[in-house]
Each structure stands twice: as structure tokens, then as C-alpha cells.
Write a protein that binds this ligand. Structure first.
Ligand code: URP
Ligand code: ZN
Ligand code: ZN
Ligand code: ZN
Length: 461
């Protein structure tokens, strides 16, 4: 049914204005004042902001990792994302070394089909260097709508690729008009530090952080950037957590190199002391790179403010505390890495960014939606509210005050990283291509209504 959103304040990455938004057949047909209703259903957004649906470009749903599989799949995971205002995700398709990229992509399509309640695209991880694999890169860009490729510089003996692989992927991706993403930590050094810790009997969760120091992230970030410079290719650094990495990105950008940085909300608000929680609770915060000392948060906020960090991803990768995180009770290196972060990505940035005065509303939209859509070939279909764009829209009530808790989250995961946080603002209504996924804070969507959105080739300037 056609809809007319009235009385709200429409926020895009460039404007904040009181306006109506007309929706027909799933797309925005007009943005302006006093639009006629033409028999459309009226959606009253009085007192609310009208944001483009969030685009989260860093998610891991139904992913086998650390000897188990993430508890949230494409159904529970995307319901959680939608609850928080995100209407598109780009999930990481994990390449099984030895198999073709297409094989892994087919598996990921199967995981999402019939389950997702919001739209989704895929990045493709590249794990090995066979010629056939590299030859698949242009095919995926041209025929499969995948124009972003991920290389891991960490997780030794598992996902980690050699520098040569990264370099080759950079060369091939550049030629194919694709963007390379890296998980930048020095996996070899981390492997040595983990060996040392375990040999000394240091097995508690805090040693996860102590064996993955910021220097290991800074070094890998700088190395990845230099390899990209050598290849003449753009590069995107996922989940930046520390001053050292922000500085490497900043230096490159100051000399005009196309380097794009992403951080995640947990790195802005959690800190190293969370690893020292009693009763193995620190395991909830075990993710890579680790949560840092509080002093790093200022560098991240500054990076978001000045553009060195351009995107807020969630790195949603949830494992239950009971039964999954507990796999590492006797050995921190066996704790599955990752946390339930997708649902509160926008909520945390809204509170700690907008409400606390660190960023404005347009910047909030840019960081949570617009730039990710641009970098990953989804703009202007996704990432904005403009004539012709998909009517993926969040009606955000800034007056709500709420306390985040696992008890009320939609994600299946049995804990929240942000338990007890008091925040303002909430996605009241969430529309995907003009249809409600959440209406008046109630889930009204249906598994399978989310569609695959192919990425266009990379062309961000
Ligand atoms: O700990 C994390 N971040 N788990 C997900 C995989 C990754 O490295 O992004
Ligand atoms: Zn990673
Ligand atoms: Zn990740
Ligand atoms: Zn208040």
C-alpha cells in the first residue's frame, strides 16, 4: 500500500528538514512539504526523525567459527538488525580454502534465502591464492553482484592469508573495480604471544586482549595500506579499534591515498576493564581486535568526526555465553571470537554520538547508512531518502528513554554487551521497500521478505 510519512524531520547525509515522504510501490516518489495524500496510508512521524534505513556492512550470520556456529542466523539476526533500524546488511561469505568462491557464495545464498527480514548483500572472503580463485574475482563483480573482497591478516592457521595473497587480491580487485577489505592484525605476532601466555598458564579471558596489542593492529594496518599503495588499489580497513591504526589511516589519507576506515560501536563504549569482569564474564567481550583501553576511544571519535573513519559497522558475530563462549573456559584462545552487536549499532551511536554532542544528525546518517551504501555499490538504491530510492525508512523516536538488556533484545544471543546502558531514542517504525518490518515497536515482518541486493562495481570518489 502507498504511504505518506507526515510531520517528521527527514534526515539525510546532507540535509535535515521538516518534510513529508511519499512512497509508491516500495520506492520514494517525493520528498517535500505538504505533499497530497492521494489516498495513501498516512504514517504520522510527529516528534520523530525520519532516517534512511541503516546499512550495516559488517555482519557474520550463521557463520561457522571457532569450532561452533554463530547463534544468530539470517532470521533472528536480521530481526535484531531491523529492531535497531538497520534495513540492509552486507554479510561476509567465508571462503572455504580449496573450494571455489562461487561454491561459498552459493552456500551463503542458501543460508539467507527464506529467512532474512531485511535486504542483504555479500562480501567475499578470499582465503587462497590459486589462479582459478583469482580469476573468479572479475566474474563475481560482473555476474554475481559481489564487488568487495575480504582478506584476513590474522587468525593464524585458519583464516589468515599471506601478504602475497593480499597483494594479488588487491591487484585483481583493482582491475575488476572491486574494493578490498582487510582484518588488519599481525596474526604471526599474535600467535607467538598466545603461545607465551598459555605456556605461562595465563588462560583467563583478559589474555585475549593482552596477546593482541594495539601495536599488532597498527603494524598490520600500515602494512596493508602500503601494499594497497604498491598495487595502486583502494583499501577498506574493517573494525579499527586503536590510535595506532587510526594514525596509519590518517597519514595515508593526508597524502591522498584512498583508504577507508570502519569502526564498530562496541569499541566506542566498552573498554579493557570489561575483560576483568568476574566469573568468566570477560569472555563476552572476546572479539578480534579486542576491546581497548579507554584512552583509544578518543582517537576513534576523532576519526569518525574528521572522516578518517567513515563507516560504523557492527561486526555482529554472536555466540551464546552458555555453551559457546564457555568453550574457552580453560583456555582463552578457544573462546569463539565475536559479540551480539548488530541490534544496537545505531542506538549506541545515537546516544553517545548525537545525544552527547559528538556528532550531528547528518553525520549519524552518513556513518550508519550513506557511506557504506556508497562504498559497497548500493547507493542511491540504499543509504538515502531521495526520489527513486528504496523506501527503506526508519521513524526514530528521540524521546524514548530505555535500558538495553538481553531480556528485551530480538537477537537470540543470551547476553548483551551493553546490558544496563541507558540510552535515548529508538526505531519506532521500520519500513523495508515501503512495507513495515517493525510497526509501533512490534515486529510485523516475515522471514523471506528480505532480498539479495547485488552490489554495483566499486566507484567511490
Ligand atoms: O571477533 C570477531 N571480530 N569475530 C568475527 C570475525 C572477524 O574477525 O571479523
Ligand atoms: Zn575481523
Ligand atoms: Zn567481522
Ligand atoms: Zn534522559
Amino acid at each position: 500500500m502507498n504511504k505518506l510519512i507526515k510531520n517528521g524531520i527527514v534526515v539525510t547525509a546532507s540535509d535535515v528538514q521538516r518534510a513529508d515522504v511519499a512512497i509508491e510501490n516500495g520506492v520514494v516518489t517525493a520528498v517535500g512539504q505538504n505533499l497530497p495524500d492521494n489516498g495513501a496510508e498516512i504514517v504520522d512521524a510527529d516528534g520523530c526523525y525520519v532516517f534512511p534505513g541503516g546499512v550495516d556492512p559488517h555482519t557474520h550470520l550463521d557463520m561457522p567459527f571457532g569450532g561452533t556456529v554463530t547463534i544468530d542466523d539470517f532470521e533472528s539476526g536480521t530481526i535484531g538488525f531491523a529492531a535497531g533500524g538497520t534495513t540492509t546488511i552486507v554479510d561476509f561469505c567465508m571462503h572455504e580454502k580449496g573450494k571455489s568462491l562461487q561454491h561459498s557464495l552459493d552456500i551463503w545464498h542458501e543460508k539467507a534465502r527464506g529467512k532474512a527480514v531485511i535486504d542483504y548483500g555479500f562480501h567475499m572472503m578470499v582465503g587462497d591464492l590459486r589462479d582459478e580463485i583469482l580469476d573468479e574475482i572479475p566474474k563475481l563483480v560482473e555476474e554475481q553482484g559481489v564487488s568487495s573482497f575480504k582478506v584476513f591478516m590474522a587468525y593464524k592457521n585458519n583464516l589468515q592469508a599471506e601478504d602475497k595473497t593480499l597483494f594479488r587480491v588487491l591487484q585483481r580487485a583493482k582491475a575488476a573495480k572491486a574494493l578490498v577489505q582487510v582484518h588488519a592484525e599481525n596474526g604471526d605476532v599474535i600467535d607467538a604471544l598466545v603461545e607465551d601466555a598459555l605456556a605461562s598458564g595465563n588462560v583467563e579471558p583478559v589474555y585475549h586482549a593482552l596477546t593482541r596489542p594495539p601495536e599488532a593492529e597498527g603494524e598490520a594496518t600500515a602494512r596493508a595500506i602500503e601494499l594497497a599503495r604498491l598495487a595502486g588499489a583502494p583499501i577498506y580497513i574493517v573494525h579499527v579499534t586503536c590510535r595506532e591504526a587510526v594514525e596509519a589511516i590518517s597519514r595515508a589519507r593526508r597524502r591522498g591515498q584512498p583508504v577507508f576506515g570502519e569502526t564498530c560501536e562496541q569499541y566506542l563504549v566498552c573498554d579493557h576493564t570489561d575483560y576483568e569482569r568476574p566469573g568468566f564474564e570477560g569472555a563476552k567481550y572476546v572479539m578480534s581486535p579486542p576491546i581497548r583501553e579507554k584512552s583509544h576511544q578518543e582517537a576513534l571519535w576523532n576519526g569518525l568526526f574528521n572522516g578518517d573513519l567513515m563507516v560504523l559497522g557492527s561486526d555482529q558475530c554472536s555466540f551464546n555465553f552458555k555453551g559457546q563462549k564457555e568453550l574457552g573456559k580453560e583456555d582463552f584462545s578457544k573462546i569463539p571470537n565475536g559479540g551480539p552487536t548488530g541490534e544496537e549499532r545505531m542506538g549506541i551511536l545515537y546516544e553517545y554520538g548525537v545525544v552527547q554532542g559528538r556528532i550531528g544528525l547528518s553525520k549519524f546518517v552518513d556513518l550508519t547508512s550513506t557511506t557504506a551504501a556508497k562504498l559497497f555499490g548500493l547507493f542511491p538504491k540504499k543509504g538515502t531518502i531521495a526520489v527513486g530510492s528504496d523506501a527503506d525508512i526508519v521513524i526514530w523516536d528521540p524521546n524514548v528513554e530505555r535500558t538495553i538488556s538481553a531480556a528485551t533484545q530480538y537477537l537470540k544471543c543470551d547476553y548483551s554487551l551493553f546490558e544496563g546502558f541507558k540510552v535515548h531514542g529508538k526505531a519506532r517504525d521500520v519500513l523495508l521497500r515501503g512495507e513495515y518490518v517493525f510497526q509501533n515497536n512490534e515486529f510485523v515482518g516475515a522471514p523471506g521478505t528480505g532480498e539479495y541486493v547485488p552490489q554495483k562495481p566499486f566507484e567511490y570518489k
